[in-house]
Design a protein around this ligand. Structure first.
Ligand code: GTP
Length: 346
């Protein structure tokens, strides 16, 4: 927070208060933009004006605003939550400016609050569905959960993330987000482009969804098999942010009720074993640098319900695996830290 201004003892003048620092949820902000916009990572409220003969009451210092994306939690260094910003325009004061000097303080101003803060962008869901339009993501989410998404047989039905909750017998809940349809070229901001990819970053794991029979977006565009779809989806993620490709992922092969689905599934599984040998149908610049490795490949039919319960268990197992790993890493770190401290004492 900004420092207060000096008081003026002989005339009883009061210095202006220092400006406060606010965190404000703004539309169109992203974590990346915060990084670019505020490289200094240090924010200071304006200093309050000193009291003077011309202006006995010093003017207040200007407030400082830090613009952040909606969905940010502000915590202290120690991890204590100060507040959350969940609606556009919401504001949170994070450091108060110091008071101006006045009679109470022998006309000495005080300094503003100093705080070290962390901004965390919350996950929108545990799992994010990634697939091209019409792969059946919305239908799958409905089959898996209590969500009632809008389903239509045309592309781009899903315009904003739709979150479904998967309920388990032991009351565990897992949230799954159907993310706006990805199309070839999304990384360069075609279709829903970045809007979609931004959300992918905010889930723990990915669920790739492909139509076992492949797809053709329009009569002018090439036919893509299920295998091609997997690689194109991977490439879109990679071109946006390479790190996304290393997220834990499962592959759902949907529409297993269609004719020849079993044969096509077998073919897909074989191709996934040696992806490099089967990428010749894709343009060179759409072959991923690293192929996605899937923890499981799960055939389902969102229409008939085939495989849905099994998929639910696979999603749970996969998230549990990661939670277990994170837990072990956390304990190992704590033990190491304790070991260090003990060593210092001896
Ligand atoms: N035969 C068959 N059709 C399915 C299955 N699942 C979905 N469909 C159909 O596929 C079409 C697309 O389904 P959606 O669930 O809207 O697909 P989406 O991937 O969410 O599509 P976008 O919202 O455009 O991204 C619809 O006509 C569904 O009825 C399935 O298991 N079998």
């Amino acid at each position: 927070g900004g420092s207060g201004g000096m008081g003026l003892p002989h005339l009883g003048g009061q210095g202006g208060n220092g400006g406060d620092v606010w965190v404000v949820a703004a539309k169109n902000m992203t974590l990346k933009r915060i990084k670019d916009k505020y490289p200094q990572k240090r924010f200071l409220g304006g200093v309050g004006a000193n009291s003077s003969v011309r202006a006995l009451k010093g003017e207040r210092g200007e407030d400082k605003e830090i613009l952040v994306p909606v969905g940010v939690t502000v915590t202290t260094e120690g991890g204590k939550t100060i507040g959350e910003l969940n609606i556009e325009g919401e504001r949170l004061m994070v450091a108060r400016g110091g008071s101006g000097g006045s009679l109470h303080s022998a006309f000495e101003p005080s300094k503003g609050q100093v705080k070290h803060l962390r901004l965390d962008l919350k996950l929108i869901a545990d799992v994010g569905l990634v697939g091209f339009p019409n792969a059946g993501k919305s239908s799958l989410l409905t089959a898996l959960s209590n969500a009632k998404p809008e389903i239509a047989n045309y592309a781009f039905t899903t315009l904003k993330p739709e979150i479904g909750k998967l309920m388990y017998k032991d009351y565990k809940q897992i949230s799954v987000a159907d993310l706006p349809g990805l199309i070839e070229g999304a990384h360069s901001n075609k279709g829903m482009g970045h809007k979609f990819l931004k959300h992918v970053e905010r889930t723990k794991q990915l669920l790739f969804v492909v139509d076992v029979c492949g797809f053709q977006l329009a009569s002018k565009t090439a036919f893509r098999s299920a295998f091609d779809a997997v690689q194109l989806l991977t490439k879109e993620l990679e071109l946006y942010k390479e790190k996304l490709v290393s997220k834990p992922a499962l592959l759902v092969v949907n529409k297993m009720d269609l004719p020849d689905a079993e044969d096509k599934l077998a073919e897909l599984k074989e191709q996934l074993q040696n992806p490099h040998d089967f990428c010749d149908r894709l343009p060179d610049d759409m072959i991923p640098n690293n192929y996605m490795t899937f923890r499981r490949v799960v055939p389902v039919s969102a229409s008939t319900g085939f495989g849905i319960d099994h998929l639910k268990s696979c999603i749970r197992e996969s998230l549990d695996e990661d939670a277990e790993m994170a837990n072990r890493a956390f304990h190992k770190e704590r033990l190491q830290a304790l070991g260090h401290r003990l060593h210092e004492h001896l």
